[in-house]
Design a protein around this ligand. Structure first.
Ligand code: IPE
Ligand code: IPE
Ligand code: MG
Length: 261
């Protein structure tokens, strides 16, 4: 059984690969992809440039990947841009990332509108600089009626903090009589998370070579398929993206049950 499982899931023949890249509609495309865009700093260091340059190129890469994902039929991309733990970095790097975000949300808004992209954010906005919060609110408002791919950007996001905040809101609702303890279940709990209106990720991609989740979407990735690459985020090409899609398409998702094939 294990042999056949492995054979099926490791089938990476060149012929197969070519067919899928030429004909993406033949594969099972994930509805929601979560991406841990890691390796910007190491990518920059490799070319003797400051880490900030890696972040700049990383932001450029995200624009492209959103386009490829949209073209492939993906409905939602949740991208990890800044974690609750990233404040530990030198202030100059944090400030640069905030500046980049500010620019991204200003300069790219037209492109998002032209491409029918809807922007959403998840994370604790309160701790962010005032001008960034207003850019985020503005981008959400402007793109809210767009019907294309959803770009769900995680900024000052932490999975544990998201869960704690959900528990706090739930407790407030119980105290105020809006919810009873008996009504607490997985479905209700999900409604208190940033992703209340979104289905859980089907595929989790991490670049940069590390195989960990680093506090990303802890509740939501319960049954996500994982795919890792050693490539640093700025080197995450269309070909690698297709490779991730192809790998996903070959997975046998059983959700704890048995497959009926
Ligand atoms: C990911 O790249 C981007 C952020 C965490 C903001 P890194 O900055 O973590 O790059 P590496 O992992 O140090 O190379
Ligand atoms: C995860 O990368 C966070 C983002 C990509 C924004 P990190 O570089 O912060 O994660 P660790 O430190 O390697 O776990
Ligand atoms: Mg990193």
């Amino acid at each position: 059984m294990w042999n056949s499982f492995f054979y099926k899931n490791q089938n990476t023949g060149a012929e197969d690969n070519k067919k899928i890249q030429e004909n993406l509609e033949e594969i099972v495309v994930p509805e929601h992809i979560a991406v841990i865009m890691d390796g910007n700093g190491r990518w920059a260091k490799k070319q003797g440039r400051p880490r900030t340059y890696g972040h700049y190129m990383g932001a450029e890469r995200l624009k492209e990947i959103v386009r490829y994902a949209d073209a492939a039929g993906v409905k939602i991309i949740s991208a990890y841009a800044f974690s609750t733990e990233n404040w530990k970095r030198p202030i100059t790097e944090v400030n640069y990332i905030m500046k980049l975000l500010d620019k991204y949300l200003t300069n790219e808004l037209d492109t998002f509108m032209q491409n029918n992209v809807q922007l959403r954010f998840m994370g604790d906005k309160k701790a962010l600089p005032e001008h960034i919060i207003s850019r985020m609110n503005n981008a959400e408002l402007c793109t809210k009626d767009n019907t294309g791919i959803i770009l769900n950007l995680a900024i000052n996001y932490g999975g544990r903090s998201e869960i704690i905040n959900a528990i706090k809101s739930m407790t407030t609702d119980i105290t105020n009589g809006r919810l009873t303890v008996n009504e607490i279940n997985e479905e209700n709990f999900g409604k208190y998370l940033y992703t209340a209106e979104l289905p859980p990720p089907d595929l989790l991609i991490r670049t940069g070579g590390d195989q960990r989740v680093s506090n990303f979407m802890l509740w939501q990735i319960a049954y996500a398929e994982m795919w890792y690459t050693k490539a640093y985020w700025p080197d995450f090409t269309k070909e690698l993206f297709y490779e991730a899609l192809r790998s996903f398409s070959l997975r046998d998702r059983r959700f704890g049950g048995l497959n009926n094939k």
